[in-house]
Ligand binder design. Structure first.
Ligand code: NAP
Ligand code: MG
Length: 502
C-alpha cells in the first residue's frame, strides 16, 4: 500500500477490519477456494482520492474461468444447490443478507476507498441497496411456480408448465456501483436456482471479493458463487462465448454490450444488457422550482455523475428557464467536493485518471462548440481525480456533450416552448434508459409518460430504485430487466409438460 493511501486511511479513522482486508494482496474465489491466477499475474488496485496504490488482485486466465465454469456446472447439474428445497435456499439468502448488513460499515469503507465514492452514500445507497436486493429475492424461491392448463385439442391431457432455472449465469459488472450492481445480478439468479460466476470491473474488484467471503460464511455451497477477477477483454469476452455458460448478464457501456450480445447470441446464450444512457429531464412551467432544482442536481451529480440513468439533459420550459437555472446553480454550489471518506463528501473524485481526462475533454468540447458554461467544470488543485460539477446552458442538439454519454458531473440544458418540442428533444437520442418530469399538473404528466422512450420514468424525483421495481433500458440502453419479478423471468426456462390421460 502506498504511503499516501495509508495516510488517507489514518486521517479518516478507517476501521481495523477494513485495514486488514486492504493490507493483503487479494485472491479470487473459485469453487470455494481462494486462489491466484493460473499464471500468477496480478493487477494493481488504486484509490481515487489520492491516486495511490492499495493492493493487487489476480489477473484471471481462460483456464481460471474454465475451472469456475466447471464448479458452477457441477453444482447446477447435480450438486447441493439444485437439490436444495426452496425454503432452505431462502434461509441461506437471508443469512447472506444479514451478514452483508452486519458488515455494512466495512463494505461501505471498502467501496469508498476502491471507487472514490462518498462513504456516507456508499452505506446508505450501495450497501443498503445490496442488503435490500438480497432480502427481496430471498423471499422468492418458495413462490416460483408454473401453471396448469385446460387444453382444447381433442384428447385428454394433463398440461402444465414448470419454471426451471436457466443454469450457469455469468455476470459482468461495471465500476460505478460495484457491489450493488453485482447484487442486482446475483440475488435473483441464486433465488431462481442458478449458479453464478462474477467478473467485477478491474477498477473496483474489492467489495465483490469481500462479498464472496461473506457468501462462504453464510454457507452458500462451494461452486455456487465464483468470482474471477481480471481483464474484461479476456475474462468478460471468454464468458460471452463459453459453452458451459447458459446466460450472460452484462451491465456496462453500449459498445462493449453490443460485442457481448453478439458473442452470446453466437453461442445461443440468453443475454441481458443494461447499457449506457443520456436521460432527459423535463421541467415544466408549473414545477416547484427550488424543489425541482434540488432533485435535478441530485439526479445528475450523485456519485459524481457516474450513474447510468443520470438526468444529464435538462429541458426547461422557456418562461421559467432563467429562474430554474439560477436555482440549479445555487444548489450545485452547495455540493461539497471532498475525498470519498469525508462523511460530508457529495462530489468525490472520478474513478480513475482516465475518466477524469475523458470528462474534462467533454467540458472542453462543450466550450469549443459554443455552449455557455454557467457553472464549474474545472479541476481543483491537489491529488485525486476530481472534476467540479459543470452546468452548460443553451446547448444545441448536435453538440457532442448533448449526444454522447459522458459519465461524469456534466449537465447540459436548453429551453423548450411546447410539450411537443419537449418530447422531441427528450427522445432525440439513441439511448432510452430513463426520463424525468418535474410538474404537478397531472394531466400533462400523464400525457407525457407514454410518449417518452425510456425504461423508467421518474416524476418529481430521479433514480428512485427499489428491488421490487424492474430496471432496464429501451433502444441502445439494452434489453432485459434487473430487479422485480420481471428479472426472474429472464433467469428461468419454461418447460411445457403434456401427459396423456386415459
Ligand atoms: P465497460 O467498459 O463497458 O465495462 C463494463 C464491464 O465489462 C467491466 O467489468 C469490464 O471489465 C467488462 N469488459 C470490458 N471489455 C469487455 C469485453 N470485450 N467483453 C466482455 N466484458 C468486457 O463499462 P464501464 O466503463 O465499466 O462502466 C460504465 C458504463 O456502464 C456506462 O456506459 C454506464 O452507462 C453503464 N452502466 C449501465 C447501467 C445500467 O443499468 N444500464 C448501470 C451502470 C453502468 P474491465 O473494466 O475490468 O476491463
Ligand atoms: Mg480502485
Amino acid at each position: 500500500m502506498d504511503e499516501s493511501v495509508r495516510d488517507y486511511l489514518d486521517r479518516y479513522g478507517v476501521s481495523d477490519a477494513t485495514r486488514q482486508f486492504l493490507a493483503k494482496p487479494r485472491k479470487m474465489f473459485i469453487d470455494g477456494a481462494w486462489v491466484d491466477s493460473g499464471d500468477g499475474a496480478t493487477f494493481d488496485i488504486f484509490e481515487p482520492s489520492t491516486g495511490g496504490r492499495i493492493t493487487s488482485a489476480p489477473s484471471g486466465t481462460i483456464e481460471d474461468l474454465d475451472r469456475a465454469v466447471r464448479a458452477a456446472r457441477r453444482q447446477f447439474d447435480g450438486g447441493d444447490w439444485r437439490r436444495l428445497k426452496p425454503l432452505a435456499r431462502e434461509r441461506l439468502l437471508h443469512r447472506l443478507a444479514d451478514l452483508l448488513e452486519t458488515h455494512g460499515d466495512e463494505l461501505a469503507e471498502i467501496e469508498s476507498i476502491d471507487m472514490g465514492k462518498s462513504v456516507t452514500f456508499a452505506r446508505e445507497i450501495d450497501i443498503q441497496g445490496t442488503v435490500d436486493t438480497f432480502r427481496y429475492f430471498a423471499g422468492w424461491p418458495s413462490k416460483l411456480h408454473g401453471r396448469t392448463v385446460e387444453p382444447s385439442i381433442p384428447g385428454n391431457y394433463l398440461a402444465y408448465t414448470r419454471k426451471e432455472p436457466l443454469g450457469v449465469v455469468a455476470a459482468i459488472v461495471p465500476w460505478n456501483f460495484p457491489l450493488q450492481t453485482m447484487a442486482w445480478k446475483l440475488a435473483a439468479a441464486l433465488a431462481a436456482g442458478c449458479t453464478v460466476i462474477v467478473k467485477p470491473a478491474e477498477l473496483t474488484s474489492l467489495s465483490t471479493l469481500r462479498f464472496a467471503e461473506l457468501a462462504q460464511e453464510a454457507g452458500i455451497p462451494d461452486g455456487v458463487v465464483n468470482v474471477v477477477t481480471g481483464r474484461g477483454s479476456i475474462i468478460g469476452a471468454a464468458m460471452s462465448t463459453h459453452p458451459g455458460i447458459n446466460k450472460v448478464t452484462f451491465t456496462g457501456s453500449t459498445p462493449v454490450g453490443q460485442e457481448v450480445g453478439r458473442s452470446a447470441v453466437g453461442s445461443l446464450k440468453h443475454v441481458t444488457l443494461e447499457l449506457g444512457g443520456k436521460s432527459p429531464v423535463l421541467v415544466l412551467d408549473d414545477a416547484d422550482l427550488p424543489r425541482a432544482a434540488l432533485a435535478v442536481a441530485n439526479g445528475v451529480f450523485f456519485n459524481s455523475g457516474q450513474v447510468c440513468d443520470a438526468g444529464t439533459r435538462v429541458y426547461v420550459q422557456r418562461s421559467v428557464h432563467d429562474a430554474f437555472l439560477d436555482e440549479l446553480v445555487k444548489v450545485t454550489r452547495t455540493l461539497k467536493i471532498a475525498p470519498g471518506l469525508d462523511r460530508d463528501c457529495y462530489i468525490g473524485p472520478l474513478v480513475s485518471a482516465q475518466q477524469k481526462t475523458v470528462v474534462s475533454a467533454y467540458v472542453e468540447a462543450g466550450r469549443r462548440d459554443g455552449a455557455e458554461l454557467i457553472h464549474g467544470g474545472g479541476s481543483p488543485a491537489g491529488p485525486g481525480h476530481f472534476v467540479e460539477p459543470a452546468i452548460f446552458a443553451h446547448c444545441r442538439p448536435e453538440m457532442s456533450i448533448v449526444r454522447e454519454e459522458i459519465f461524469g458531473p456534466v449537465l447540459v440544458t436548453s429551453p423548450f416552448d411546447t410539450l411537443d418540442d419537449a418530447v422531441s428533444l427528450a427522445n432525440d437520442t439513441p439511448f432510452g434508459l430513463a426520463a424525468a418530469i418535474y410538474s404537478n399538473d397531472l394531466a400533462r404528466v400523464h400525457t407525457l409518460i407514454p410518449r417518452l422512450h425510456a425504461g423508467s420514468v421518474y416524476v418529481n424525483a430521479h433514480s428512485t430504485i427499489d428491488p421490487s421495481m424492474p430496471f432496464g433500458g429501451f433502444k441502445d440502453s439494452g434489453f432485459g430487466k434487473d430487479l422485480g419479478p420481471e428479472q426472474l423471468d429472464h433467469l428461468m426456462e419454461t418447460k411445457a409438460v403434456w401427459i396423456t390421460l386415459p
